[in-house]
Design a protein around this ligand. Structure first.
Ligand code: ATM
Length: 241
């Protein structure tokens, strides 16, 4: 058996609800939060999860790189990597994609199949922003490899928490925990990453909503909650019409 004929862990169903609504198949919803360093994603995800649970939804929160044992081991390698052996851009891309493949198969797809809303702290847009725009790895190659790693899983909605680089890095410095290998990159790198995220959002404004994260946590929380609950209500109205 070659790798191309290995059956998927779960019956893989392309995430095409928006293009071809299929009411016969109860499927969860895949929401991702993206953004540069210090944008506050990991503060906002538990707040959004709590609001969604209060509204009656089943929620699974997870993160990338990570979410499974193998993927968390890859995260450690990526973020702390050996100082005497530079990690090449393509190596970095393949590592995040390897972690994603594990995560999608063992965590995300099973949760979607149970009908949960999956809230994921970073996903493919981070790969395009960091490895593509930031490191200069070919975007079309990344898109193809990402499709292979995920079985073409695309988020239903992405929230891009945007913050100027200097503000985000300052927040990051104030937060507890040391700086990782990517935090230590140059300001220019982080500027390319931020511009990358904003470029992706401008290309697909219906799927990626930009939130100004350079505001107090409570203000950002309220905007995210209103946006997501409104989006869910619209989606439900459309699918029951
Ligand atoms: P968090 O700090 O948001 O947990 O993310 C860890 C790092 O992983 C983040 N950089 N820093 N610091 C961005 C990086 N990353 C990538 O470079 N590519 C990816 O595809 C993903 C998912 C994360």
């Amino acid at each position: 058996m070659t790798w191309t004929t290995i059956p998927p862990v779960l019956p893989v169903r392309p995430n095409t609800m928006k293009q071809t609504p299929d009411k016969s198949f109860a499927r969860g919803i895949f929401l991702t939060l993206e953004g540069p360093e210090g944008s506050g994603k990991s503060t906002q995800i538990p707040l959004l999860a709590a609001a969604l649970r209060t509204a009656g939804y089943r929620v699974a929160s997870t993160r990338e790189p990570g979410g499974t044992k193998v993927a968390e081991a890859i995260r450690t390698l990526l973020l702390s990597g050996p100082s005497n052996e530079p990690i090449m851009p393509e190596t970095e891309a393949l590592l995040v994609l390897a972690a994603r493949s594990q995560h999608v198969a063992h965590v995300i797809r099973p949760a979607l199949a149970r009908g949960s809303i999956v809230l994921c702290d970073r996903f493919a847009h981070s790969t395009f922003a960091y490895q593509g725009f930031g490191r200069g790895v070919s975007l079309s190659w990344l898109q193809t490899a990402n499709r292979a790693a995920t079985g073409d899983l695309v988020p239903d909605l992405t929230l891009l928490l945007d913050i100027p680089v200097a503000r985000g890095l300052a927040r990051r410095r104030q937060a507890r925990g040391g700086r990782n290998r990517l935090d230590r990159e140059s300001i220019m790198f982080h500027e390319r990453v931020r511009r990358g995220f904003l470029t992706l959002a401008s290309r697909t404004p219906r799927r990626i909503k930009v939130i100004n994260a350079d505001r107090p946590v409570e203000v950002v929380r309220a905007e995210i909650e209103a946006l997501v609950l409104g989006w869910l209500r619209t989606r439900q109205r459309r699918s029951s019409a």
